[in-house]
Design a protein around this ligand. Sequence first.
Ligand code: ATP
Ligand code: MG
Length: 295
Amino acid sequence: MASPALAPVSDATTADTPALTLDGVSLAYVADGRRVTAVEGVTLDIRRGERLVLLGPSGCGKSSLLRSIGGFLPPSAGRVLLDGRPVSRPGPDRMMVLQDFDQLLPWQTVRRNLISALAWARGTRRAEAEAVADDMLRRVGLARVADQYPHTLSGGMKQRAAIARALVLRPAVLLMDEPFAALDAMTRRRMQEELLALCEETGVTTVFVTHAIDEAIVIGSRIVVMTAHPGRVRAVIDLPCGRGPDRGDPAFAALEARIGGLIADQIGDPGTEATHGRPEAEATDGRPAAEATDG
Ligand SMILES: Nc1ncnc2c1ncn2[C@@H]1O[C@H](COP(=O)(O)OP(=O)(O)OP(=O)(O)O)[C@@H](O)[C@H]1O
Ligand SMILES: [Mg+2]
């Protein structure tokens, strides 16, 4: 159960409204006078408090989808709805954390970065902002370095600080684009566990992009496997009890192999008619993928 002090600020009219809806979303860019379709016809309902992972090969449009949810990239077709209302611009209800280590303002201390964000985005008064920022920095284990400048922190600490700055605003949706990709393997695993605990504590709805299958299984309560360019939904894997198997469990390796197969079998054969617009229903107990749904 999420702590009320950390719970997302939400305009939801009913608890049944999905936190986020992607309704036939296509995304396109124009580059050198040529139109590039990055994402085609993605439809997904993302439930409140869910950790949805977008997984797929490089260039399949994961970051583009995240940018669109963030309000930075309008769909060329379809709609993105937050609490049932169309997203038209960026806002503090959708905070983004990126792979890049330099996401904080370099001329402010870590603590000041959080306080400024609260004042700017939420209009929080000084004393309250200080208390909320200090509480969040304690939660992410950065109290000791609160008064340091971002350039003095390690990569892992910088990512913790970026997550703290995002969560302190109590966003409805936390958008994460490969936030741990540039960390060493040990730090990465620790950060994955810490993020899970924070998501549970705050109850924030999370959309997490990665191309690491093991990370998707650890982080996700649901995994969406996308096709190669242009990105469509290839398969949706609901994890039982909202969690993947433990790393040591043979079911983990089985699921990893199965997802690997789903990704591999369409690289080089992007967007076959067989998968177009018809995501596979996926079993989640380690059985082979339900290929039969391809017709
Ligand atoms: N600003 C842009 N202008 C033109 N084309 C773009 C732009 N950004 C992305 N694209 C194209 O859209 C497609 C999807 O890109 P996107 O960055 O969303 O993929 P991705 O799944 O995040 O890839 P990666 O795993 O490498 O980060 C690619 O073909 C890419 O070349
Ligand atoms: Mg990307």
